[in-house]
Design a protein around this ligand. Structure first.
Ligand code: X8Z
Ligand code: ZN
Length: 594
């Protein structure tokens, strides 16, 4: 009897193993084809998009639209959707790597599900038209054609409030031009997401984190709850400082044109003792990009491929060339192999110095996971925040005074006023940004897609969130920006990277966690004043998690990398010395804006 039972069990186990290998073989055959075609079509689509973004012309838009259709025709094909879904019903018999690829294939399909070709066609046409309006927009300041860098120059240097307001208002000219396209895309993106069962477009994007829209909003709200005491102190300090600078009474909320950044997302230029401006006037834009590359090479990463330098578009289009290009920095993995390019408009400023480090972070991440062990479908970040986080963290490291001195950006006798440096970092690289990213952007886009925000409430809702989360108000005061404007749409991501911005907030939290680990456990230096330069141990630590791409669960990867779950702990520790200093500076002042 026992022998019979053992034989029976052996047969069952053997049969199960056979079934398992049969289903794994089927998945492998399917994934081999999907990966190969995905990579080829991705390249076709990226090449066409690159042309459209770097040289805005109707014929390049047409090329991008056709390539977008070809990409969707394969990736959203019902045959792919059905087979991926069918295989996932056997998920227990599949390897983790197979499950990840199948889930990614379904997320890709959900962006252009050819179960409804007419809808997908409409979305691609609308996306292409919106990108063209955005990238080809001609700003005018006092009747003269200007580009975004010109407007930023006024915002970064002018003390004249009328000039500042004119530049700020000019920067909002894209809003009305983009609003009709955004209204259309709100409906089309939601309809596309619903086609494969996602409740809306915001939920589809958040699915890449294996989270629901509500969980994502709560995560962001919790970040803000954790750092609100520090933000209130910074806000108070900044508004007194700005009121004195512009000889104005101290307002409750800060007028948007008092702050250098067009969306008040980073508060640069307030701490004279930490200003790096004068150390950049004699540098060339080329040397800035080379500095950024050297940061990574010093850590043991290879130099960028020659094609990066040949094919990238790194500097402003020459004045008078008539060429219009996307003004927002980005980095592209054109062929999901070694063709990595960056699109920037680098000038000799500290802001572009940090942005170049950010973009090359994407580039080195692309190159790190371009390995045979990482299939094309998983050649992406562990999640989008990991992708944003690496360059953000390197920017934080590149701003450390000991590092800047060691590479000669700062003179050897530079006096480091540590409070000023910390204050500058908090204002320009961390805290107000969180209230824009987790607050205004995340809530507005969640409303746009999850709550189908009506078009006649876009601007009122935007300024409600700017006021509530950031403590900032429109230059003309509340009510001055009616629905004829569309100030949300002046932020690039609303059009061309929708329902994504919480990724920058998570990236900001994560950058402090990874930086904290490196400073304390590898460099044995204080996180607020350390130097990564030429440290191979730091490079090896970074490579270990960059090389896995999306082949592992992001939560586990973060825990394995830093020993911690996602948390604002490191960010709060970093700025802890500032809280007491600010409280002393702000003694007797009303705190906050309510
Ligand atoms: O968009 C970017 C990068 C391109 S991935 C330059 N960033 C956000 C922004 O500019 O709004 C970097 C930080 C925030
Ligand atoms: Zn980025």
């Amino acid at each position: 009897m026992q022998r019979l039972l053992a034989l029976f069990l052996r047969l069952v186990v053997g049969w199960t193993a056979m079934e398992e290998s049969r289903i794994q073989e089927r998945a492998n055959r399917f994934l081999t084809v999907v990966n190969a075609c995905y990579q080829s079509l991705y390249r076709v689509q990226q090449e066409a998009q690159w042309l459209a973004d770097t040289d805005v012309k109707p014929e390049h838009d047409a090329g991008a639209e056709v390539a977008g259709r070809a990409y969707a025709a394969f990736n959203g094909n019902p045959a792919i959707i059905n087979e991926a879904k069918e295989l996932l019903t056997h998920r227990k018999e599949l390897t983790d790597l197979q499950v990840r690829q199948l889930e990614r294939a379904l997320l890709n399909a959900a962006e252009g599900p050819m179960t409804n070709p007419e809808l997908v066609g409409k979305r691609i046409a609308a996306e292409t038209a919106q990108a063209s309006t955005l990238n080809g927009f001609q700003f005018k300041l006092n009747g003269t054609n200007v580009v975004a860098n010109d407007l930023d120059r006024v915002m970064n240097t002018s003390d004249n409030l009328a000039d500042r307001q004119a530049a700020w208002e000019a920067s909002k000219q894209t809003g009305p031009a983009l609003k009709p396209g955004l209204v259309k895309l709100q409906g089309l993106r939601n309809a596309v997401a619903r086609e494969l069962g996602h409740s809306n477009y915001f939920a589809l994007q958040v699915a890449g984190y294996e989270m629901t829209a509500d969980q994502m909003v709560t995560l962001n709200d919790n970040f803000l709850r954790d750092i609100r005491p520090l933000y209130l102190q910074l806000h108070t300090w900044a508004k007194y400082k700005l009121a004195a600078k512009y000889h104005q009474p101290v307002p409750k909320r800060i007028p948007a044109h008092w702050i250098n950044n067009r969306w008040a997302q980073e508060w640069d230029g307030l701490v004279e003792a930490a200003s790096l401006d004068r150390y950049f006037t004699n540098r060339t834009p080329e040397s800035i990009v080379k500095n950024a590359e050297q940061f990574y090479v010093g850590l043991g990463f290879p130099p960028l491929p020659a094609t990066f330098w040949e094919k990238s578009d790194l500097y402003p289009a020459p004045k008078g060339s008539g060429r219009l290009k996307n003004a927002h920095a980005s980095c592209w993995h054109v062929d999901l192999d070694h063709d990595v390019r960056s699109l920037m408009s680098v000038e000799s400023t500290p802001w572009w110095f940090f942005t170049a480090h950010h973009e090359l972070g994407h580039g080195y991440y692309f190159l790190s996971y371009t390995r045979p062990e990482v299939p094309a479908l998983l050649r992406t970040g562990a999640n989008p925040a990991f992708h944003e986080g690496i360059g953000e963290q390197i920017s934080l490291a590149a701003g450390q005074v000991p590092y800047l001195k060691s590479v000669g950006v700062l003179p050897a006798d530079y006096h480091d006023d540590q409070v000023a440096t910390l204050l500058q970092t908090a204002l320009a690289q961390g805290i107000p940004f969180m209230f824009f990213a987790s607050g205004t952007m995340t809530h507005w886009e969640n409303d746009l897609y999850t709550k189908d925000l009506p078009a006649d409430q876009y601007n009122a809702r935007w300024w409600k969130y700017v006021g509530d989360y950031q403590g900032v108000e429109a230059p003309g005061g509340p009510g001055s920006r009616g629905e004829e404007f569309c100030d949300a749409a002046t932020k690039t991501h609303i059009s061309d990277n929708p329902a994504y911005y919480y990724s920058y907030a998570i990236a900001t939290v994560q950058k402090f966690q990874i930086h904290d680990y490196i400073a304390r456990h590898i460099l044995h230096q204080p996180p607020q004043s350390c130097n990564y330069a030429n440290n191979r141990e730091v490079g090896d630590f970074l490579k270990k998690f960059l090389r896995v791409g999306a082949t592992q669960d992001w939560r586990k990867l973060l825990r394995d990398t830093t020993g911690e779950d996602l948390s604002t702990r490191a960010m709060r520790d970093y700025f802890a010395p500032l809280q007491a200093w600010l409280e002393k500076e702000n003694a007797g002042r009303p705190i906050g804006w309510e």
